[in-house]
Write a protein that binds this ligand. Structure first.
Ligand code: CU
Length: 148
C-alpha cells in the first residue's frame, strides 16, 4: 500500500483553509465567450450562503447585471452599464439574473446558494423569460441543468 505523499497532504490542507470562510465568485461579462456571443462566464455559479458574486465588466458593451428572480427575502440588484457589481448571497436558493441590454440575446445566468428550494419557481420564470429571446434560448436551461 502506498502512503499519501506530502504534496497531497499539503493540497488537502489548502482546500480546508479555503472552505473555512465566505468565498468570492467572479463572473465575467463578455462580448464573446466559450458559449457564444454576449455571455456571463461562468453562467452558473454554485455558492454558499454568505458568499459574494462579483460581476466584472471584463469586456465593455454596456453590459450590466440585474436580478430577475430571487429566493424569498433576498435583495434585488441592478448594476450600471459596464460597472462592477458585488452581490452578497444572503438567502438560500436559486437566483436568476440578466444583462438588460442583451437579455434578448440570451445573456443570462444562474446562481445557486445552498439548497435550491425555489428551483421550480426559477424554472418557470426562466421558461417564461427565454420564450421572448431571439437567440441563446437554451442558456437558462443549460445553467439550471447544473443546479443540484
Ligand atoms: Cu450584455
Amino acid at each position: 500500500m502506498k502512503k499519501p505523499t506530502l504534496a497531497l497532504a499539503a493540497f488537502t490542507l489548502a482546500i480546508a483553509a479555503t472552505s473555512a470562510g465566505a468565498a468570492d465568485h467572479v463572473v465575467k461579462m463578455l462580448n464573446a465567450g466559450k458559449d457564444g456571443s454576449m455571455v456571463f462566464e461562468p453562467a452558473f455559479v454554485k455558492a454558499e450562503v454568505g458568499d459574494t458574486v462579483v460581476f466584472a465588466p471584463t469586456e465593455k458593451a454596456a453590459h450590466n447585471s440585474a436580478s430577475l428572480l430571487l429566493p424569498a427575502g433576498a435583495k434585488p440588484w441592478k448594476g450600471a452599464p459596464d460597472a462592477e457589481v458585488k452581490v452578497k448571497l444572503e438567502k438560500e436558493g436559486v437566483y436568476l439574473y440578466v444583462c438588460e441590454p442583451h437579455k434578448m440575446m440570451g445573456m443570462v445566468g444562474v446562481i445557486q446558494a445552498g439548497k435550491p428550494a425555489n428551483l421550480a419557481d426559477a424554472k418557470a420564470a426562466a421558461a417564461k423569460e427565454q420564450a421572448g429571446f431571439v437567440m441563446g434560448k437554451d442558456r437558462f436551461d443549460k445553467a439550471l441543468a447544473q443546479v443540484k
